[in-house]
Design a protein around this ligand. Structure first.
Ligand SMILES: O=C(O)[C@H](O)COP(=O)(O)O
Ligand SMILES: [Mn+2]
Ligand SMILES: [Mn+2]
Length: 559
């Protein structure tokens, strides 16, 4: 805000009392869709979530979780965890990375900032390496942005370009990597025709190479380092289209988990290791899965794995990925300035907060929730607990994940009465939904529902209030559909499994013995979205939300 009259003090709410314990549950990837056999939430036994929906119609509603409601460029953009948790925690809608990069590319401002000036120094004598997710999913990166960047840098003096691709299959259909690599190869061929030495240098599947998050498995980042920086990988190919096609022939491989490969010349030498004097840009805009590679590329003192070589490079992120760590220090586009989040306000107003998830979603209820900041606002009022996730497996193998453990931690935190807000993320619907395994996703949804029950029971015991919602859809629709909603088949007559998120709205339910009988959802916020949840939660803690927050979803009527 920056105005001299600014204060963290929140006004007391005239109608909502203070001192109620609030259990705040985010079901990751839990949207609302028509019931059918590809709606795993519908197929699964979910008595707790069902009872919230049918038990109290005034206390259950849907909220928007995709597109402009969460700061994404268009209504065709599905929701995701970063933008969803940002909106839930910040209470306002910020133009998100995808949109900011679009604007910076369209205006040319991306080439005028400090970040571009910094990497440009290497264009004469060195190579420019671009590392990132190759897809049009719009969650972590977008192909069209990469294409514009390639054009822009080559027009501004980059003479030698190497692209290190990470195949997707998670935010887009599995198998689509081949088409994306073909498109990129075509663009690079056009650049070569104009005299730019441009090639794909390495690749691998995003879940196996480079894009780990929250330090779940550094081996993933190391595999990327070996291929991208050292030019070493178990598979060597002369071109990337052949690499992806060939590696996909093994039924164990899919786009998400493609093993690392490097492109070699006729002498078998890697065409694009990263060496002294080169520039590197990680072109993903989303933070969580770039923080680890950014550390490896930027930190002089780094001992998590043996980098073998630490080349003297100029490195910039598409965005700055961690505002607290200032990582990376150089970036092409300024990230959204998500300030004055509800977590920060509540802590300033004495609200004691507990947050918990397992590793793969831990940063969602902490880092994303707090506007992409790691760490506590006030460690004497907050406690964040991370339950280690299984690593090295795909979550269809263990679809219950750590839901029970998360719920038990939340239960204990609630019953301890040491906290005013107990916030969790239950990852199952999302993480298992991304595997495309429909049966496992049904098991996952049941496990998440059971976890909700444990938390609601604890809230019941302490006379508290619950808020159960989700960050975006995923498990409620596991099939790609045509415009009229019919499942699409592939050339073998099998359904096209949807591993990605969806455009669906998500539920929000409130209740518990601490909620006064007259509290209900307002009828005059029909387009409410995730950003309306923060003001709602502030009210339930007994405060009026700041005036620039999106409207509260609740009201009190006299019975
Ligand atoms: O990073 C991922 O796992 C997916 O691209 C998006 O999933 P999330 O937004 O739920 O984390
Ligand atoms: Mn999510
Ligand atoms: Mn997801």
């Amino acid at each position: 805000m920056g105005t001299s009259g600014f204060s963290w003090k929140l006004e007391d709410h005239p109608k909502f009392p203070k001192g109620k314990t609030i259990g705040l549950v985010v079901l990751d990837g839990w949207g609302e869709a028509n019931p059918d056999k590809y709606n795993c939430i519908h197929v699964a036994e979910t008595p707790t979530m069902d009872s919230l929906k049918t038990g109290a119609p005034d206390r259950w509603r849907l909220v928007r979780a995709h597109g402009k409601a969460v700061g994404l460029p268009t209504e065709d953009d599905m929701g995701n965890s970063e933008v969803g948790h940002n909106a839930l925690g910040a209470g306002r809608i910020f133009a998100q990375g995808a949109k900011l990069v679009d604007l910076a590319l369209a205006s040319g401002k991306i080439y005028e900032g400090e970040g571009f000036e910094y990497i440009k120094e290497c264009f004469d004598a060195g190579t420019l390496h671009l590392i990132g997710l190759l897809s049009d999913g719009g969650v972590h990166s977008r192909l069209d942005q990469l294409q514009l960047l390639l054009k822009g840098v080559s027009e501004r003096g980059a003479k030698r370009i190497r692209v290190h691709v990470l195949t997707d299959g998670r935010d887009v259909l599995d198998g689509s990597s081949v088409g994306f690599v073909e498109t990129l190869e075509n663009d690079l061929a056009n650049l070569r025709a104009k005299g730019v030495d441009a090639q794909i240098a390495s690749g691998g599947g995003r879940m196996y190479v480079t894009m780990d998050r929250y330090e779940n498995d550094w081996g993933v980042v190391k595999r990327g380092w070996d291929a991208q920086v050292l030019g070493e990988a178990p598979y060597k190919f002369r071109n990337a289209v052949e690499a992806v096609k060939k590696l996909r022939e093994d039924p164990k491989n899919n786009d998400q988990y493609l093993p690392p490969f490097v492109i070699v010349d006729e002498g078998g030498k890697a065409v694009g290791p990263i060496v002294d004097g080169d520039a590197v840009v990680t072109f993903n805009f989303r933070a969580d899965r770039m923080v680890m590679i950014a550390k490896a590329l930027e930190y002089e003192n780094f001992d998590i794995f043996d980098r073998v070589r630490f080349p003297k490079i100029r490195y910039a992120g598409m965005l700055q990925y961690d505002g607290e760590l200032k990582l990376p220090s150089k970036y092409l586009v300024s990230p959204p300035e998500i300030d004055r989040t509800s977590g920060e306000y509540l802590v300033h107003n004495g609200v004691r907060t507990f947050a918990c998830s397992e590793t793969v979603k831990f940063g969602h209820v902490t880092f994303f929730w707090n506007g992409n900041r790691s760490g506590y606002f006030n460690s004497s009022l907050e406690e964040y607990v991370e339950i280690p996730s299984d690593s090295g497996i795909t979550f269809n193998v263990e679809p219950k994940m750590k839901a029970l453990e998360i719920a038990e931690k939340a239960r204990d935190a609630i019953l301890s009465r040491k906290f005013d807000q107990v916030r969790v993320n239950l990852p199952n619907g999302d993480m298992v939904g991304h595997t495309g395994d429909i049966n496992a996703t049904v098991v996952a949804c049941k496990a998440a529902d059971e976890a909700v029950k444990i938390i609601l029971d604890a809230i019941e015991q302490v006379g508290g209030i619950y808020v159960v919602t989700a960050d975006h859809g995923n498990a409620e629709d596991m099939v790609k559909r045509n415009k009229s909603g019919q499942p699409l088949l592939d050339k073998n007559g099998n359904i096209q499994v949807l591993t990605s998120h969806t455009l669906q709205p998500v539920p929000i339910a409130i209740g518990g013995p601490g909620l006064a009988p007259g509290v209900r959802f307002r009828k005059d916020v029909p387009d409410g979205g995730l950003a309306n949840v923060a003001a709602t939660v502030m009210n339930l803690h007994g405060f009026v939300a700041p005036s620039d927050y999106e409207a509260t979803l609740i009201e009190v009527v006299d019975n």
